[in-house]
Design a protein around this ligand. Sequence first.
Ligand code: ATP
Ligand code: MG
Length: 201
Amino acid sequence: MTETDNTNKHAARMIKKKAVVDERIAKATEERGVLILLKGNGKGKSSSAFGTMARALGHGQKAGLIQFIKGRKATGEYLFFKDHPKVDFNIMGHGFTWETRDKAQDIEAAEKAWEIASRMLKDDHYDILVFDEMSYMFKYEYLDVAPVVQALKARPKDQNVIITGRTMHRDLVEIADTISEVADVAHAFRKGVKAQPGIEW
Ligand code: ATP
Ligand code: MG
């Protein structure tokens, strides 16, 4: 096969591909907010959510963020976004960390965080909401999934919501629009590399 044949073949393939993509684009006409779930055991779920939030902020949108698991006090995302005029940054108070094992206190904190979240889900001033690590609230049965599903379904039409966590409740999977799974192919931790600011927190 000559070089020209190859080039022609490639061009024909691209034209065909473009037609397929164009047809799909033409069919996607609905305008509404989406529910995005970011799950899996690999690294990159929360940072993807913050990245998408930054993208929305770039367009002047208003964001609400709730971190359902209290980790280190001063994460990079907290330091970067806390004073942003268009971000309401909430960290679940006195709440669940991997160290605490006071279930009653954890549940109380989870319920308070959910109170804030459910208020945001009724408020169309928020264009995008991020519920970081919310999935654990269902896994550990700190929150009931039914009212969350109900509130998500009833939220303002154009509001986008992102929920992160390693495992996702099947009732959330059922109503989600976009679900991405981050696979753990390798992690520096297993090579003995210490957690570091800017990468881990
Ligand atoms: P990130 O916040 O970096 O996007 P994530 O939200 O996908 O990560 P989490 O399960 O919330 O992952 O865990 C957060 C922290 O745990 C990060 O510091 C990350 O590097 C670390 N981590 C994530 N996946 C793994 C893994 N498979 N092995 C070891 N550490 C991990
Ligand atoms: Mg995370």
